[in-house]
Design a protein. Structure first.
Length: 127
């Protein structure tokens, strides 16, 4: 429930007439997991912003217990919870999105294993 109040508060802060980008972990997946969905759906469908729905740049494995697209999952919390989309980059509706992705590949020569949360990026044209 705390997550739902945080998302509702965030939505109340959206400007009406200035370009903006919301970036961060909302800890709620639109399809799966235990988070309350109405507040997240309300944010994602708000006409003041757009959801570019970034996809993984590499092959993904679908979880038969999840309804959401595996290509959009941004975190893997292991066997008990699984993969979910909880990290977002949401530009305002006035900005043009050129490209977006969930990055799942390790950088060449990277010795440290990637963390549970995968980077999400969105290329935009700032007007």
């Amino acid at each position: 429930m705390r997550n739902a109040y945080q998302i509702r508060f965030l939505r109340s802060l959206l400007p009406e007439d200035a370009p903006f980008v919301i970036m961060g972990g909302l800890n709620n997946d639109p399809f799966d997991g235990e988070g309350l969905k109405p507040q997240l759906h309300s944010l994602l469908s708000d006409p003041r912003l757009q959801d570019p729905e970034p996809l993984a740049s590499t092959e993904t494995v679908s979880d038969p217990n999840h309804a959401g697209p595996a290509e959009q999952d941004t975190v893997d919390w292991g066997r008990n919870i699984g993969s979910l989309r909880v990290d977002y980059v949401l530009p305002s509706a006035s900005l043009r999105v050129a490209a977006s992705a969930v990055e799942r590949q390790q950088a060449a020569g990277q010795a440290v294993e990637m963390p549970a949360h995968k980077p999400v990026w969105v290329d935009i044209f700032w007007k």
